[in-house]
Design a protein around this ligand. Structure first.
Ligand code: SAH
Length: 459
């Protein structure tokens, strides 16, 4: 360790910034944010710096006496001679000094910071590579939600009460771990502090039983891991057990916590590995064991995902849960295939329907589907493609209407086959398509020709 990391309380204390330009202004800004009073010394001082509240400026060259009463100094001039002068005198008086971009003259360095006040993370490479430091910060910025601040403030609010109630320190640590990494935290992060508080009070009242399972019903998007949400990723790395479908791509399953138990409950047409009721029961059992269960589903859990049924069972059993939306196949697949779902000239509305065959028939409102100036997206429609095209024509849709089938959209293996209502069934038979495929019907399909070149995933 080359430096001792500390956080310094400068509230109401006098700090000195030598320099009057852009860099000085930035440094003064950080000091002001931390509540310091700032004395700025330079022959010329930018008014946007000198006029800030909390700044007392002295228009002069730096002189030793400017160090009087100062607890910390930052030299930010572009004159090395002056900077060195500041550094020498500050050190003589044992005042911590930082010279911008000149580690040799520094007795302390300023870290890159990630501010989730009161949570604060400071990054430093000890001067070795500021770029690397910033990259590291960038990575963490994306992992730690902005509203973590709220979580810290929430914890602070109840700290004393919890301390009184849970007197055993080891138990108290577990209590906080559960609260800050569980359903209470999730409530705070989504802004629902009222529920969070009542859950926390419930946990406190039931101190012996603080280990409580919960379920995250998470949409994993259509395949490309880049289309996950931050929240999905966070919960994926937190859950103890992962229960996933065959629609969830392998690279995504691989992003769940390394030591999590993974249970495959894939459902392919006709080959149901686990029946829906069994999946519901499995989720309940795991949660009752106190586990944090990630129910990972393709696309969005509430769009043809039977997510509603799964949470109904959880609610009936009083198991805490949350639902995380995902990019649904229609939206992800359409954009990767270069087909806008709506367009001023072609479609003013868009319908999502499922073509799942029930008793060999498709039970759809054909008249509604056949209307002009709209886009129809059919999930699970490949088996019924012939019927689908025939019925639409029968109900008045022109047989030259463009139609596309996208197989494994958004993944490396995406394939797009296009035709018209009259030609596509024949083409699809030759192309030997297999699930998952999404069918898009309507004038917007023709736009693909214009747009696909601009998309990295065109085939
Ligand atoms: N909840 C999911 C849909 C589940 S139903 C969602 O919101 O996307 C399963 C159907 O979704 C598949 O039969 C297929 O029609 C469609 N689908 C899902 N992922 C797909 C993909 N990557 N490419 C094409 N179709 C997909």
């Amino acid at each position: 360790m080359d430096f001792l990391p500390i956080f310094m309380n400068v509230k109401g204390r006098l700090c000195l910034v030598v320099g009057g330009g852009e860099v000085a202004k930035r440094k003064a800004g950080v000091l002001l944010e931390a509540g310091a009073k700032v004395r700025v010394v330079a022959p010329e001082i930018d008014p946007s710096l000198s006029e800030q509240a909390g700044v007392v400026s002295i228009v002069a060259r730096f002189d030793e006496q400017h160090l009087e009463g100062v607890m910390l100094v930052i030299a930010a001039t572009n004159d090395r001679g002056v900077n060195e002068h500041v550094s020498v005198h500050a050190r003589e008086r044992n005042i911590p000094v930082n010279v911008v971009d000149d580690p040799e003259l520094c007795s302390f360095i300023m870290p890159a910071i990630m501010d989730r006040s009161p949570l604060m993370v400071a990054f430093s490479s000890g001067g070795a590579s500021p770029v690397l430091t910033r990259m590291m910060r960038g990575k963490l910025e994306s992992l730690i939600p902005q509203n973590f601040s709220r979580l810290a403030a929430f914890a602070e609010r109840f700290r004393e009460q919890v301390k009184q109630r849970v007197t055993n320190p080891a138990k108290r640590r577990i209590f906080w771990e559960n609260a800050l990494d569980g359903v209470v935290a999730e409530k705070v992060l989504t802004g629902d502090e009222i529920s969070a508080e009542s859950m926390l009070q419930q946990m406190l009242a039931d101190e012996d039983n603080i280990v409580r399972g919960e379920v995250y019903l998470v949409g994993a998007g259509p395949g490309d891991p880049d289309l996950l949400t931050f929240r999905a990723l966070r919960l994926m790395q937190k859950a103890d057990v992962v229960v996933y479908d065959n629609l969830v791509s392998k690279p995504i399953v691989d992003m769940t916590r390394r030591d999590a138990e993974r249970i495959y409950v894939g459902k392919k047409r006709a080959d149901h590995t686990l029946r829906q009721e069994e999946i519901n029961a499995l989720l309940v059992r795991l949660a009752h064991e106190g586990k944090r269960v990630l129910r990972l589903k393709g696309g969005d859990p509430f769009i043809f995902g039977r997510g509603g049924e799964e949470i109904e069972t959880l609610a009936a059993e009083n198991i805490p849960f949350q639902v995380v939306p995902g990019i649904t196949a229609a939206s992800g697949v359409a954009s990767y295939a270069g087909i806008p779902l709506t367009h001023r000239d072609y479609a003013q509305s868009c319908m999502f329907v499922t073509g799942h065959l029930k008793d060999g028939t498709m039970n759809l409102d054909w008249d509604a589907l056949a209307r002009p100036r709209q886009t129809v997206v059919v999930y699970m429609g490949l088996q019924g493609l012939d019927t689908l095209c025939a019925k639409l024509v029968e109900h008045g849709m022109p047989d030259a209407t463009p139609i596309a089938i996208v197989q494994q959209g958004t993944t490396q293996n995406q394939r797009v086959v296009t035709g018209t209502l009259s030609t596509l069934p024949g083409i699809a038979a030759v192309e030997k398509l297999h699930a998952p495929t999404l069918i898009i019907i309507g004038g917007v399909v023709t736009l693909r020709e214009k747009l696909q070149w601009f998309h990295p995933h065109h085939d």
